[in-house]
Design a protein around this ligand. Structure first.
Ligand SMILES: [Fe+2]
Length: 427
């Protein structure tokens, strides 16, 4: 008598089978992960810029077995419902900029120089080390970032640990499930196009790096040059992002930012009224599978946010859209939505007077440069004109902010500051 008659066959659900298949396969991938290897990458060490190595070693980051740290594929969500559930919990967000002295005496008093790089966006602070800021100065810096959209600090000695600490102060630091990170420091993501080209096989060239839009055919983004805002698919999208470059091309690799406050104020008062209170669907950069239709192709996380949002510290309205991730305006037909969105993207992208283009070069060799910006009120885009000839490497920490809201009583920046909103040619 055998025991086979007592065996019960249990059917494995299809989604579980697919999940297992993808996570255990070297070749199958979801969400842009192309390797099943994880942990420190020995191949990264081979192209690690000397200035980056020095910074990591000084900070006692263990890179003896490789760099950067690749996330564990088994922990990367396969299905879109799992991905959307990450950080979907409720918690209290503290807006540090609200505690700040509006005159920012502690921050400006300690700086050697405060230089507004353009009239509407971008300020450089000279003679201060980010690593040395006290809480009062950090609050004031958060307010300055909220007002000026992006603030720069050259000649910084900044460890990745200290960078993470600053991010923790300004909000919950986003720990990206897909992004390579500094060893031992989840939440300190690596910004390193040379590595992505080498290891992830990014096919970047002079001709294709500015396509800007997500390539729906290949289901990948062809380059860093497209205008975008970070992490808009989150329930609480990115607030302050801090990018610190420790390897900077001698020429090229500039980053540009465009102001969302000013983009909103570029619109006619009639169009502003039409857009106020409207909502839009925002999608994630990465794609996942639909559990109920796994063979239907990649699917993005979708999240609804206001199209015009009010910044909690400045109280100013900002146009919250970007070409890479805003899919449609709710309440309009798809044709109308495309038409309006395309115009709004162009307002952000094509008005040089509301943009700042920053050259990262530090004035002292061996030091890094930091840019700290507010994603709630801006878009950015990096120029890949160095074409990988010169190394460019940085670490990025993003603090997530509040659930976006629109306050019908809030004002635009120019309205609040009493600047002209003249419409003499709008007849
Ligand atoms: Fe970005």
């Amino acid at each position: 008598m055998t025991s086979t008659s007592t065996l019960k066959l249990q059917a494995v659900p299809v989604d579980k089978e697919i999940e297992h298949l993808i996570k255990s396969s070297k070749d199958l991938s979801v969400g842009g992960t192309t390797t099943s290897n994880y942990g420190p990458d020995p191949d990264g060490l081979k192209i690690l810029p000397e200035s980056t190595r020095k910074r990591l070693v000084e900070a006692e980051i263990d890179i003896s077995e490789g760099y950067p740290w690749r996330p564990d594929k088994a922990k990367i969500p396969v299905f879109v419902d799992e991905a959307a559930a990450i950080r979907d919990d409720d918690y209290e967000y503290i807006e540090r900029a609200k505690n700040a002295d509006p005159e920012k005496k502690a921050l400006f008093g300690a700086a050697k120089e405060v230089i507004n790089l353009t009239n509407h966006i971008g300020t450089e602070i000279v003679g201060l080390q980010l690593a040395d800021l006290d809480d009062k100065q950090k609050d004031e810096l958060a307010l300055l970032v909220a007002e000026r959209v992006v603030v720069f600090f050259r000649d910084q000695k900044l460890s990745p640990q200290k960078q993470r600490e600053l991010g923790d102060y300004w909000g919950r630091v986003e720990e990206h499930p897909q992004a390579p990170q500094v060893n031992g420091l989840p939440g300190v993501s690596v910004v390193w196009v040379d590595y992505w080209r080498g290891v992830f096989g990014w096919q970047l060239s002079f001709k294709n790096n500015s396509l800007a839009n997500w390539d729906a055919v290949k289901h990948l983004s062809p380059g860093p040059q497209g205008w975008h805002s970070d992490l808009v698919h989150e329930k609480r999208p990115a607030g302050i992002t801090h990018l610190h470059l420790d390897a900077i091309p001698s020429t090229g690799g500039d980053t540009s930012w465009s102001s969302g406050y000013a983009a909103y104020d570029k619109l006619s008062e009639s169009l502003k009224k039409f857009l106020d209170g409207k909502k839009a669907v925002f999608v994630s950069a990465h794609g996942y599978l639909d559990r109920n239709n796994p063979f239907g192709g990649p699917k993005k996380i979708e999240r609804v946010h206001p199209l015009v949002r009010t910044h909690p510290a400045t109280g100013w309205k900002s146009l919250y859209v970007n070409r890479a991730m805003t899919k449609r305006i709710i309440g309009l037909s798809s044709v109308e939505s495309d038409l309006v969105l395309n115009y709004l993207f162009e307002v952000y992208e094509k008005n040089a007077d509301i943009q700042v283009r920053f050259k990262w070069t530090p004035s002292r060799p061996g030091y890094g440069t930091s840019a700290i910006w507010d994603n709630r009120v801006s878009q950015h885009s990096a120029a890949w004109d160095h074409e990988g000839q010169d190394p460019r490497h940085g670490t990025r920490v993003t603090s997530l902010a509040e659930v976006p809201y629109f306050d019908a009583g809030s004002k635009s920046q120019r309205e609040a500051l009493g600047h002209s909103l003249d419409e003499r040619d709008f007849f």
